[in-house]
Design a protein around this ligand. Structure first.
Ligand code: MN
Length: 226
C-alpha cells in the first residue's frame, strides 16, 4: 500500500490527449561552444558533461512560476529537450535516434550565484540546478510530427527582447552522440528527458519579467516570473 498519494510528473503530448510520464531529467552542460566560452571555458579542451534535475522540477501548463528562494541571480537557459521512448544501454550510433520519442522546448533555470559558489568549492550543482519549478517545458512533439531537427533557430527573449539566439547545428554533441554517450553512463529508459544545453546569451531574470522562447520546427514557450 502506498502511504502517500503523490502525483507523477507528466508532460502533454501535442495534438493528443496523451501524457508522457517522466522518469528522469538529464541535462547537458556546455554543449554550445559560444556558451562554454561565455562561462569561461574552452570547448576545444573540455567536453560537455551531464547533470540531473528531479522530474518534479518540470513545469507544464502554467504561464507563470514563482521567483525561487535563496538566489539573487536567477538565469535563463533555453534548450531543446529530447524525450526518450525506448530503453537502452550502450546504444550504438546508428540506432541512437530510434530511442527518441519526441522533442520539446525547455528552460533550464539556474541559480547562477549558487552554481558559482558550488564550482568554487567543488560541490554538487543540485541546489543551483534542481530546485522547484526550475524546468518549464512545452508539450512534447512526436518524431512523426517534427522529425529529428538538426538545424533551425533556438532563441529566448526577455520581455520581448532577444537575449539568446543560436542554431541547433551548433550543438557540440548532436542528439545521437549525446544519447550514445549518456547510455554508457546509465541505461536510458522510457520517460527519460534530456535537456541538450543552451546557446550563448544567458542572463538574469527578475520578478515580473516575461521569458519567451522557441525552436524552429518544434514549439514555443512563454513564462512570467512572479
Ligand atoms: Mn543548461
Amino acid at each position: 500500500m502506498n502511504l502517500f498519494d503523490l502525483d507523477h510528473t507528466t508532460i502533454p503530448i501535442a495534438d493528443t490527449d496523451d501524457e508522457f510520464p517522466v522518469r528522469r531529467v538529464y541535462c547537458i552542460g556546455r554543449n554550445y561552444a559560444a556558451h562554454a566560452r561565455e562561462m569561461g571555458h574552452d570547448p576545444d579542451r573540455e567536453a560537455p558533461f551531464y547533470f540531473m534535475k528531479p522530474a518534479d522540477a518540470l513545469v507544464t501548463g502554467s504561464d507563470s512560476i514563482d521567483y525561487p528562494p535563496r538566489t539573487a541571480d536567477l538565469h535563463h537557459e533555453i534548450e531543446m529537450v529530447v524525450a526518450i521512448g525506448k530503453n537502452g544501454a550502450n546504444i550504438s550510433p546508428d540506432s541512437a535516434l530510434e530511442h527518441v520519442f519526441g522533442y520539446a522546448v525547455g528552460i533550464d533555470l539556474t541559480r547562477r550565484d549558487l552554481q558559482g559558489e558550488a564550482k568554487k568549492l567543488g560541490r554538487p550543482w543540485d541546489t543551483a540546478k534542481g530546485f522547484d519549478q526550475s524546468a518549464p517545458i512545452s508539450p512534447i512533439h512526436t518524431v512523426a510530427d517534427v522529425g529529428h531537427p538538426t538545424s533551425g533557430r533556438i532563441w529566448l527573449a526577455l520581455n520581448d527582447e532577444i537575449r539568446q539566439l543560436g542554431d541547433l547545428n551548433e550543438l557540440i554533441w548532436g542528439v545521437d552522440e549525446a544519447i550514445v554517450e549518456l547510455s554508457t553512463l546509465y541505461e536510458l529508459k522510457q520517460g527519460d528527458l534530456l535537456f541538450t544545453g543552451t546557446p550563448a546569451g544567458v542572463g538574469a531574470v527578475d520578478r515580473g519579467d516575461r521569458l519567451s522562447g522557441g525552436i524552429d520546427g518544434i514549439d514555443e514557450i512563454a513564462i512570467t516570473i512572479k
